[in-house]
Design a binder for this molecule. Structure first.
Ligand code: ATP
Length: 243
């Protein structure tokens, strides 16, 4: 087994995943440096979600390796992978999944409470992130009384409140309108830069990918050539391969 390079926080080699025999990932390798924002571009069904799930230990690839720092995720027990996800990773889905019985701040504080942080500290941190996402006024509101866009802001606050080592963001703004999209993305990228959070961002949107430091592109579960993203126009070029 070859150990990953020291400066990669996530490193994967030759990942193969399939669903009922049909391949979703066919030999994807990548490395992500600490504090880097990496966009995973690709059309619908190209394997972005599967890649994020494999990298975050939600699923174990049939073949290949995933390392988090110097820890081999692919050989961990299910319980160890769950602890890793709880303690070191954050996750944002395209559709916000909040606990309906809890208020916005309780939802945002939940991962902190699961990590054993005091109620008072968890509440203060959650409140701070809700403010940053411009949803502080609704801290005591339950999800049913919030709009989809407001719920996604709460889910984003929840993912950032723990300042995870790695944030996996799967099409985090896919269901949002332009203004909400820009604000949520700005908050994610600003948080990543100020707290050195590594972000792996799945998107089919070239403008979103343009905010990343670098992008890779998937086509049918394989990586195709991708250029570093320096400007929005270049991001568009890198992603246009897949659309
Ligand atoms: N739970 C599942 N059962 C069966 N097939 C699946 C499942 N999840 C994904 N697939 C298939 O695996 C392939 C990769 O899907 P994946 O969701 O990883 O791609 P994606 O790029 O994230 O797409 P999208 O943008 O639609 O989320 C697709 O062909 C998809 O139909």
């Amino acid at each position: 087994m070859v150990a990953p390079p020291d400066n990669d926080v996530i490193w994967a080699r030759s990942l193969h995943c399939s669903y009922s025999g049909s391949p979703a990932l066919a030999g994807v390798s990548l490395g992500v440096r600490e504090g880097e924002i990496l966009a995973v571009c690709g059309a619908r069904g190209s394997g972005k979600t599967t890649l994020l799930r494999a990298l975050s230990g939600q699923l174990v690839a049939e073949q290949g390796e995933v390392w988090f720092n110097s820890a081999p995720v692919h050989t961990m027990s299910a319980a160890a992978r769950e602890r890793l996800r709880r303690d070191r990773f954050g996750w944002i889905s395209p559709e916000p999944t909040l606990v309906p019985e809890l208020t916005a701040w309780e939802n945002a504080a939940l991962p902190l409470l699961l990590r054993g942080i005091s109620h008072r500290a968890a509440k203060a941190t959650a409140a701070e992130w809700l403010e940053r996402l411009d949803i502080g006024a609704h801290a005591r509101t339950r999800p049913y009384a919030l709009s989809q866009a407001q719920r996604q802001r709460v889910a984003t606050a929840r993912a950032l409140a723990t300042t995870p080592s790695v944030l996996f963001a799967d099409e985090p703004t896919a269901t949002l309108h332009q203004t909400d999209r820009a604000h949520v993305l700005r908050t994610i990228t600003a948080a990543a830069r100020s707290h050195r959070i590594t972000v792996i961002l799945a998107t089919h949107d070239a403008e979103v990918a343009g905010l990343a430091d670098r992008s890779i592109t998937l086509v049918d579960g394989r990586r195709v050539a991708a250029a570093p993203v320096i400007t929005e126009a270049e991001g568009r070029a890198a992603c246009s391969l897949s659309v």
